[in-house]
Structure formats: structure tokens, C-alpha cells
Design a protein around this ligand. Structure first.
Ligand code: ATP
Length: 494
């Protein structure tokens, strides 16, 4: 019997089809082989990459075998319940722990892995031995709900400005919407990567605490890491600039509301000047001890002049006794609120009044802080020359949405813009959002003011009215300041 040939046309054909199927990417055989590989290799890969997952799985199995289904469910649900209760009882400490865990996770999964390559690509590394690039050391990561803060040790010869220059490149490389640079202590820098926006939803007006008003830390809004922003007003002056509709009203009323619980006792006095005929301030009229909302600038200039006289008188009395005035009901903290500063510094035609106003304003801005008299002023975009002249005398400046980068630079300075205070990029859909820059800290803080509705303003004015004037109001006589012969105003401030 002749043996049957192995290579018949049929077997060759079958083999050829098999090979063809093997080469065909979508063939059944390829898919079966891929599936087999996935089933056998994946657990091995995962075991290497995620030993914690396997450890947890093994623990769960062990718990199931010992405790049964009920015990296992309890074991899974208990930590969740504990966490929810912790969050409700002590939200601050719970958030701190959550931020730490999130930070460790993101440090290990994202930043530690990519930082050396990206730092080199962004020109932040230096050449080391054997042609290697040495990246600045990544010390750690703090993860906030909508931002990651990378703490980086500077290489010799680097300064935070080098990182501010590369901020855009870093943001793109890590897929963040923005990077801002903060220099907290010598030798290190913090890079704040925005991963989302905590400030997209309007923030309702805060609940007022009648017991505790800290004039040096008024809660007026929230920062992008979700923490309350506290504005220092006592021993400071605050200038806020913003385009029409940028939310200057919410900046004003968030601050006034935070002060309001101290108004009835007379420890703080609000003096309001509203050149827009009272549109902004009149609704809260009862909160103000002094109020002028005249279209004619004379009354407003008079109010500011009286505030300057008060500054001089208090300064004179404080001299040699104390370096700072401590507010009391007899000698209150006076907050002079000027809604549209440029109207008085620039737009009015009466040169004499303009001169008188600018002079009085400069006295308050230069001497008022220690005397317990602060200015809270607002300007619409395009801060004109005299506002800009005076603007350096404001220790705190806030840029809400503005039209151009040069306007931001006019208000906050070039450095702040380079550190990420891009107020010209704030969308119209986020009124009340802006950047705060406080003297002594080069890092602008992005915040959103609370949204104080007309009803909130009326309720605040009803609940916290200013006490009726009791003559003599301040119990002092304004004495001519011999240092400044030009403005000799003598008399009783009523
Ligand atoms: N913090 C905020 N949160 C949410 N919405 C706000 C906030 N502030 C303002 N708005 C909204 O934006 C609108 C404009 O705000 P606002 O009147 O305060 O702007 P403005 O800068 O004072 O404008 P103008 O220069 O015309 O007086 C408000 O009617 C309100 O709807």
C-alpha cells in the first residue's frame, strides 16, 4: 500500500488558511490567542504593578472565610460610614487627610514618574555627569480638590522667576489649565497646577458670626483650593479694579457683610461715598454712619477730607504712646468705602475739588493704617493716572476681570501677571472672581467673592444698623498739622 502523501493540496490549503488567519489582525485565532495571553498574563502584570490590590483581595477572601457574608459587608461599609461621620464632624481635619492621601497617590502615579523628563523638556534641569540631565528635586505633592501643589527644591542658580517663565510649558506638559508659582521659603518653590475649577459655582453669602469679627481676617470668599479667603482690612487699604459687570458689587458687599456684626456696637464705622448716585450703596444705607451719594462731588470730597482730618488727629495723639490704634466703641475702626474712585480722582471737572480730594486721599492712604482708618476703594477698568499714582499706597490690590494684560499690570504689577494673575482671561461667566495681591507676598491668590443678593443686603442692613450718632462723635478736636501748612483744617468732626 502506498503511503498517503502528507502534503496534499488539501492540507497545504488548510495550512495556508491557518497562516493567513494568523496574520489577519482580526481573525478568530488571533483573538483567541490574544484572549488567552490576556487571561494568563494580566494577573501576573497586575501582581507586579499593584501588589496592594492583590493583598486587599487576599484579605477580603480571608475575611469572608472567617466572618461570612455579613461580616464582610460590615467590614466594607464600616470605613465608609466612619469616613462620612468624620467629614461631617471635623471637615477640616478630614479634608487634610484626604488631601494627603490624594497627594501621595498623584505624586506616585503622575508627578514622580514624569517630573524629570518634563523638567528637562521645559529647560529646568541642568547637565550632570555622563551627559545626564539633573532635574530639580520634587519634594512632594499636596492635592486639593481642584489643584495640585508641587513642592520643588530649586537647583543652585535657579529662582522662582525661572519657573514663572516656564509656567505655560509646564501647564501644557501636565495637562493643567494653568500653573501658578509661589515662593514660600528660600530654596523651594511651589507650583500650583489647576486641575479643575472650584470656583465655577456662585458662592452664597456667608452666615454671619455676631460674636467674632476679625478685622484682619474677614471671610469674603473662597480660594481655588476650596478654603475660605480672609481679607485683612484693619491696618491695610484695599483697591479693587474690574470691568463693568466683573462683580465689584460682590467684592464690596462681601467685605461690608463680613464687617456688619461689629457695626451696631460702634467698634467699626462705615463711611460710604457712592458717586453713582447711591445705586451701589444706598440699599445698605442703615449700615453706614456717614453716607454721601450725591451726583455733585462736593459732599464726597468733604467726607474724605474729614476722614483725613481724623487720621491726622489720631496720629498726633498716638505719637509717642502707641504705634497702632486699637478699635473700640469710643474710637472705632473707620472704613471709608469709595465706590468709583476715578470719578473723584480724574473725571470731575472742578480742579480745586480734585486737588483737595487727591490730597486728602493721600493723607489717609499714607497715615491712616496705623490710625485705624482704612480705605476700601473700587475702580472700573482703565485705572487712570492718578489712581495708578495712588495705587502703590494700597497694600492689598484685587483685579477682577479686566480687558487686557496691561490693565492687570497697571493694577497688580508685571510680576503678578507673570506669576499667573491673568485677570484678562477670567470669563464673563465668572463674575466675582479675581486675583488678590497683598504686599509682601509675590503670589497672587485666585478667589471668588461670595454673591450677596439684594435681599442679603437689605437683611444685613436691617439686622446690623449703625448706632445713632452721639455727639461729639469722636471726642477730639482736629488740630492743624504743622507738617502740612497747606491744609489747615481746624474744628470738630461731627
Ligand atoms: N460673586 C458673584 N457670584 C456670582 N455672580 C455674581 C457675583 N458677583 C456678581 N455676580 C453677577 O454679576 C452681575 C454683575 O455684578 P456687579 O453688578 O457686582 O458688577 P460690577 O462690576 O459692579 O458692574 P458695574 O461696574 O456695572 O457696576 C450681577 O448682577 C450678578 O448677577
Amino acid at each position: 500500500m502506498t503511503p498517503r502523501p502528507v502534503l496534499t493540496p488539501k492540507t497545504i490549503n488548510t495550512f495556508a488558511t491557518f497562516v493567513q488567519n494568523l496574520l489577519d489582525h482580526d481573525s478568530l485565532i488571533r483573538r483567541l490567542l490574544r484572549g488567552l495571553g490576556w487571561v494568563t498574563l494580566t494577573p501576573l502584570i497586575m501582581l507586579r504593578k499593584l501588589p496592594q490590590v492583590f493583598a486587599a483581595g487576599a484579605l477580603l477572601l480571608l475575611a469572608y472565610s472567617i466572618l461570612g457574608t455579613g461580616g464582610l459587608v460590615l467590614l466594607l461599609v464600616l470605613p465608609l460610614i466612619t469616613w462620612v461621620m468624620w467629614r461631617l464632624a471635623h471637615p477640616d481635619s478630614a479634608e487634610q487627610v484626604a488631601a494627603y492621601v490624594r497627594g501621595r497617590w498623584r505624586y506616585r502615579r503622575i508627578y514622580r514618574k514624569h517630573w524629570p523628563t518634563i523638567a528637562a523638556a521645559c529647560g529646568l534641569s541642568i547637565p550632570g555627569a555622563f551627559g545626564r540631565q539633573v532635574a530639580p528635586e520634587l519634594i512632594g505633592v499636596t492635592a486639593y480638590p481642584a489643584a495640585d501643589a508641587l513642592h520643588v527644591r530649586l537647583l543652585a542658580g535657579q529662582s522662582p522667576a525661572d519657573y514663572a517663565d516656564r509656567a505655560d510649558a509646564l501647564a501644557h506638559a501636565f495637562g493643567a489649565s494653568q500653573v501658578r508659582v509661589r515662593s514660600d521659603q528660600p530654596g523651594t518653590v511651589t507650583l500650583l497646577f489647576s486641575t479643575g475649577d472650584m470656583l465655577t459655582d456662585p458662592i452664597p453669602a456667608m452666615t454671619l458670626d455676631a460674636q467674632d469679627v476679625d478685622f484682619e481676617a474677614l471671610p469674603v470668599g473662597f480660594t481655588e483650593d476650596g478654603s475660605p479667603y480672609r481679607l485683612r482690612l484693619l491696618y491695610s487699604h484695599v483697591l479693587t479694579a474690574g470691568a463693568t459687570g466683573s462683580g465689584k458689587g460682590s467684592a464690596l458687599w462681601s467685605t461690608v457683610r463680613a464687617l456688619a456684626p461689629a457695626v451696631p456696637s460702634g467698634v467699626v464705622e462705615l463711611w460710604g461715598a457712592d458717586p453713582k448716585g447711591g445705586i451701589e450703596l444706598a440699599m445698605g444705607r442703615a449700615l453706614f454712619s456717614r453716607f454721601t451719594a450725591d451726583d455733585e462731588p462736593g459732599d464726597m470730597v468733604q467726607l474724605v477730607t474729614e476722614a483725613a482730618d481724623l487720621v491726622r488727629a489720631r496720629s498726633k495723639r498716638l505719637r509717642g504712646h502707641s504705634r497702632k490704634h486699637v478699635p473700640t466703641a469710643d474710637e472705632p475702626f473707620v472704613v471709608l468705602i469709595i465706590d468709583e474712585l476715578a470719578y473723584l480722582t480724574d473725571y470731575q471737572d472742578d480742579i480745586k475739588l480734585k486737588h483737595q480730594f487727591n490730597k486728602a486721599l493721600k493723607v489717609i492712604l499714607s497715615q491712616g493704617r496705623a490710625a485705624g482708618i482704612s480705605v476700601l476703594a473700587f475702580v472700573v477698568q482703565d485705572p487712570r493716572k492718578s489712581v495708578v499714582d495712588a495705587h502703590n499706597l494700597f497694600p492689598a490690590k484685587i483685579a477682577l476681570r479686566l480687558d487686557t494684560a496691561s490693565e492687570v499690570e497697571m493694577v497688580l504689577g508685571k510680576d503678578a501677571w507673570e506669576h499667573g494673575a491673568h485677570a484678562e482671561a477670567i470669563p464673563e461667566s465668572l463674575p466675582g472672581t479675581g486675583y488678590v495681591l497683598v504686599d509682601g507676598d509675590p503670589t497672587p491668590v485666585r478667589i471668588r467673592f461670595t454673591w450677596v443678593t439684594d435681599d442679603d443686603i437689605r437683611a444685613t442692613a436691617r439686622d446690623y444698623p449703625a448706632p445713632p450718632p452721639a455727639p461729639p462723635r469722636h471726642g477730639f478736636t482736629v488740630v492743624t498739622d504743622t507738617d502740612d501748612q497747606d491744609d489747615d483744617t481746624t474744628g470738630e468732626v461731627a
